[in-house]
Design a protein around this ligand. Structure first.
Ligand SMILES: Cc1ncc(COP(=O)(O)O)c(C=O)c1O
Length: 463
């Protein structure tokens, strides 16, 4: 750092907010840089929700007694709020336990068959990757479209050329993340209308995107959108949703029924009728005590303004990248390699990196995490459930991976690293609404201890 860091335009507002809503960060001297893992809840949301729980008698919905009706009404109101927040009047909002369950609903119920094709970007969370197994078991085909090695972005021209090859397939599903949970790259939403024009259904994983960006489902209309609410405002955990475009609802074929999903079932006569809307996919009792908090959480975000949050995250990410980029060993080599685009354009608030010593030898991420933990710094390390990005960053081609997978029925990360003799995994830093510059400065000070230090010669360490 050559000069003292100057304030960011958004500092005053967000520093006040931090004092009011997130005082526990300073009280516990925590440096929290894992907002893509999970956001932190504002205190007022918890207090407000506690008042609701304390003063209202809420029973299991699906009945007509007063406490049941109250829950039904509060859940309906939260559902309406979610739809309004995403400008999603053309969508059903199916409450799920998280984004993964939303993706599971698509995987399990989408009409994969031998005439269908599933195309997904190599930058995807495992909960999207896993859908390929449903496709495969039902006789469909899948392929990955790789993001660029250099900047981890989608080469849109190459993608558009590639999709022309799949014209013979009857059903085509394309899945991609609006924002990478690893690199932070925001992939273009313009792909949605383009793919739809070419006859594809589009599954948009918005889990990492919506916490800091506006998603307007009048403007962009994917068939399916998944997200988790704790990533937007921290509380409650265990609630997500699948937004299904109403005119794509028929593309999901539920194979069974459960409590709450039907309008009628007979035991003596082998028939049942599934609910015609969101209820069809909400199996059993939904989280009726938690769901009312969503309305308060979304109000909290609206009171700040998602565009203001978006700008703040850009300011912070720019600051983080600049400060980390300044860290150089005496021989001029950089301490860190930040993967992904060089600038902050089209980037969200998470970055992924590795530490290197003056000779360019990588530091094992486990060691970095261990030492960060000792300073009460929360970062996330590993592959972040997104093996595609890690395989690109560490040049692990299909040929390189084949000997490992063809030699075992079971495997795990450490075993693979030992076998391949190459490094995998990285360190991810992510900023959020409560982040202030001193969190970033604290991490930079922590990182400085590695300047000039030689990395251990064994890459594969068990820490
Ligand atoms: C882009 C993305 N998709 C899906 C998920 C899965 O979310 P959840 O664990 O809440 O189901 C995550 C979680 O980190 C994510 O970042």
């Amino acid at each position: 750092m050559k000069t003292g860091p100057s304030p960011l335009p958004s500092d005053e507002f967000f520093e006040n907010l931090r004092r009011k809503e997130y005082a526990r960060l300073d009280e516990t001297r925590s440096i929290y840089l894992d907002y893509t893992g999970g956001n932190l809840f504002p205190l007022s949301l918890l207090e407000d929700h506690y008042q609701t729980l304390k003063t209202k008698v809420m029973g299991n919905p699906h009945s007509t007694n007063p406490s049941s009706l109250l829950s039904t009404q509060m859940v309906a109101s939260a559902r309406q709020k979610v739809l309004e927040y995403f400008n999603a009047e053309d969508y059903y909002c199916i409450f799920t336990t998280n984004a993964s369950e939303a993706l599971h609903i698509v995987g399990e119920n989408y009409d994969f068959d031998p005439e269908s094709f599933f195309l997904l970007t190599s930058d995807n969370h495992n909960s999207v990757n896993g859908i390929r197994e449903y496709c495969h078991h039902k006789g469909g085909r899948h392929e990955y479209f790789s993001v660029n090695y250099e900047d981890l972005c989608i080469n849109e021209i190459a993608l558009k050329t590639r999709v022309e090859q799949y014209q013979g397939f009857k059903r085509k599903l394309f899945a991609y993340p609006a924002q990478s949970n690893v690199s932070g790259v925001r992939h273009s939403l313009e792909l949605i209308p383009w793919m739809k024009d070419k006859g594809w259904d589009v599954l948009l994983d918005a889990a990492a995107y919506v916490p800091t960006s506006r998603l307007d489902l009048k403007l962009y209309q994917p068939d399916f959108v998944c997200l988790s609410f704790y990533k937007i405002f921290g509380y409650p955990t265990g609630i997500g949703c699948l937004l299904v475009k109403k005119d794509s609802f028929h593309k999901l074929h539920k194979q069974w029924f459960a409590g709450g999903t039907v309008t009628l079932v007979s035991v003596n006569y082998d028939r049942y009728y599934l609910a015609p809307d969101h209820e069809r996919f909400e199996n059993g009792t939904i989280n009726y005590l938690g769901i009312p908090a969503l309305e308060k959480g979304l109000n909290f975000i609206e009171n700040i303004g998602i565009d203001r949050i978006h700008q703040r995250i850009e300011d912070l990410t720019g600051y983080l990248i600049r400060r980390l980029g300044d860290l150089k060993h005496d021989n001029g080599r950089p301490l860190l390699r930040i993967f992904g685009p060089e600038d902050i354009k089209d980037r969200g608030g998470n970055i992924v990196l590795n530490f290197f010593d003056p000779e360019g030898k990588p530091w094992p991420f486990e060691l970095i995490e261990k030492e960060a933990n000792a300073r009460n710094i929360s970062v996330r390390t590993g592959c972040f459930c997104n093996p595609g990005i890690d395989e690109i960053n560490h040049c692990l081609s299909s040929d390189a991976l084949a000997p490992y997978f063809s030699s075992r029925d079971q495997g795990n990360y450490q075993d693979m690293v030992q076998f391949l003799g190459t490094m995998r995994g990285s360190v991810r830093l992510s900023v959020g609404i409560p982040t202030v510059r001193k969190d970033i400065d604290g991490f930079v000070e922590f990182a400085k201890q590695y300047l000039g230090l030689e990395a251990p010669s064994q890459v594969m360490q068990q820490f």
